[in-house]
Design a protein. Structure first.
Length: 277
C-alpha cells in the first residue's frame, strides 16, 4: 500500500514536469506548439494510464485472512468477546493497509478491555509495530518493555525490539535483543539470521557468515540467509561459494535478476567506500 502511494506521487510529479516543460518551451522559448505535441501527448497518455492502473485498488482481504496470518501474535486475544475480537482484527487489517492512525485508535480503545495475557500481548505488539512504522521509536520501546515487564515475551517481540534499537543506532541493545530471541528458541532460524544480518551491517563478514550458516542448519530453505551468504561471498570475490549460495537462494525462491541487482548495488557501495577512504 505504501509503495503504491509513493509510485502515484512519482507519476503525478512526472506529469507536472512534462506539462511544465512543454508550457515553458512554447511560452518562454517561443517554439511551435505542434513541434513536440505528439511526443508530449504520448508521454502524458502513458503516465495517465499508469496512474489509472495504480489507482485500481485490490479487493480488501477478509478478517479471517489476517486472523490466520497473525495467529502467533493474536493467539486467543478477546476470545470471550466476539465484538472486541473483531475490533482487534479490524485494527490488524487497518495496520496492513497503512492506516496507522485509525488502527492505533482501535487498539487504544481495546487497552482498557484487556484482561488476559493474550489480550495485552496482541494489543501491545500491534501498537508497538505501529509506533515503529511511524518512527516513534521511544514509544515502541516503551510498549515492548511494558510487555516484557508483564513476562509476555516471545522471539517475535525480542526480534522486533532489536529492530527498533537498530533504527535508533544502539548496536549493543540490538544484538542483546536478537540474542535474547535466540535464547528463547534456539531452533528459531530467523532469530539466528537476524544476528547474521546485524554483523553484515557492521561489515563483520566472518561473524555474519558463521551465523547465516547456522541459520541454514536450522532451516535449509531460509531464503534470507542463503541470499546474505551469496552477497557476502560475492563481495569477497569467492566465486565458488558465491555461486553455490546464489543457486541455493534461487532454489529457496529468490529472483535471479533481483539478487544480481542487489549484489551489484553492494559492490558499488563497497567501491565507493574504498574511494572515500
Amino acid at each position: 500500500m505504501k509503495t503504491i502511494k509513493i509510485l502515484r506521487a512519482v507519476v503525478i510529479l512526472l506529469l507536472a514536469v512534462v506539462v511544465g516543460l512543454y508550457v515553458y518551451e512554447v511560452a518562454a522559448l517561443k517554439k511551435d506548439p505542434t513541434e513536440n505535441l505528439m511526443r508530449i501527448a504520448i508521454i502524458i497518455a502513458g503516465l495517465v494510464i499508469t496512474l489509472i492502473r495504480l489507482r485500481v485498488s485490490r479487493p480488501r482481504r477478509s478478517l479471517d485472512y489476517y486472523e490466520a496470518q497473525y495467529q502467533k501474535v493474536l493467539r486467543n486475544a478477546f476470545a470471550d468477546s466476539v465484538f472486541d475480537r473483531k475490533k482487534l482484527l479490524c485494527a490488524v487489517r487497518l495496520y496492513n493497509e497503512d492506516n496507522f492512525r485509525k488502527a492505533a485508535k482501535y487498539l487504544v480503545q481495546l487497552q482498557p478491555k484487556c484482561r488476559q495475557p493474550d489480550d495485552y500481548y496482541a494489543v501491545g505488539m500491534f501498537l508497538a509495530l505501529i509506533y515503529t512504522d511511524l518512527s516513534l521509536y521511544d514509544q515502541a520501546v516503551m510498549m515492548y518493555h511494558h510487555l516484557i515487564g508483564m513476562n509476555l515475551v516471545s522471539t517475535t517481540l525480542y526480534g522486533n525490539l532489536g529492530y527498533v534499537y537498530s533504527m535508533m543506532g544502539d548496536d549493543e541493545k540490538t544484538l542483546s535483543c536478537y540474542s535474547a530471541a535466540l535464547d528463547l528458541d534456539p531452533k528459531n532460524a530467523y532469530a539466528q539470521h537476524n544476528i547474521a544480518n546485524f554483523y553484515f551491517d557492521k561489515r563483520d563478514f566472518e561473524n555474519a557468515i558463521e551465523n547465516a550458516k547456522k541459520a541454514l542448519e536450522l532451516d535449509s530453505k531460509l531464503r534470507p540467509a542463503a541470499t546474505l551468504l551469496a552477497i557476502i561471498y560475492s563481495l569477497e570475490e569467492n566465486k565458488e561459494e558465491a555461486e553455490r549460495y546464489f543457486h541455493l537462494a534461487i532454489t529457496c525462491g529468490e529472483k535471479p535478476d533481483h539478487l544480481r541487482a542487489v549484489i551489484e548495488e553492494y559492490r558499488k557501495g563497497a567501491a565507493e567506500a574504498e574511494e572515500e577512504e
